[in-house]
Design a protein around this ligand. Sequence first.
Ligand SMILES: [Fe+2]
Length: 192
Amino acid sequence: MGKYSNTLKTLRAIALEHGAAEQPDLALMARELGRVVHQSASALTDRLGSLRMRQRGFERWVLAERRKPAISVLVMAWPPNHLTPVHDHAGLWGLEMTLHGALEVQSYARDPQSGDLRLQGRDWLGPGDGTWFEGEPHHAHRCRNLSRHDTALTLHVYGGDLAQYFAYEQTGPAGSWIARPQRSALAGRLRH
Ligand SMILES: [Fe+2]
């Protein structure tokens, strides 16, 4: 058990250390976190196995929180095929990394005048792969668990508490986009 809990502890420590800067170097944080995930992939999968077996839908677990400077570290469990709406991150900086399984991330830019969203690109994230955003107010994305059978697990580091944000929905294939305020729920706290 010691070795397993150490991996989560190490990820938490890296996130808190690199997140302490006013403008964190997210590429560097991703590289350091990714190295640990690659080295400890099977230990992490074992340690977090209970999250993959719960079958309670999409869940967000807190690994660490700090107020000054503001940072939150979360682990999320993605049921097979789970797809989020297009959503923003309330202007916070953030980093998202796959721990187990594979995620597709579609990135969007939102036009502040018209409110329309434009697809900017797609990334496919396997274990240890990350994507990050520097707190641009008009950045949005949508994520999908690419597996039809397996629960995926991801690590999220945000420059604050992402309790409220907006989800965006298009009224038709060429229709306008509607923004809906969202509140994010927590399943609990992870011991590390
Ligand atoms: Fe997100």
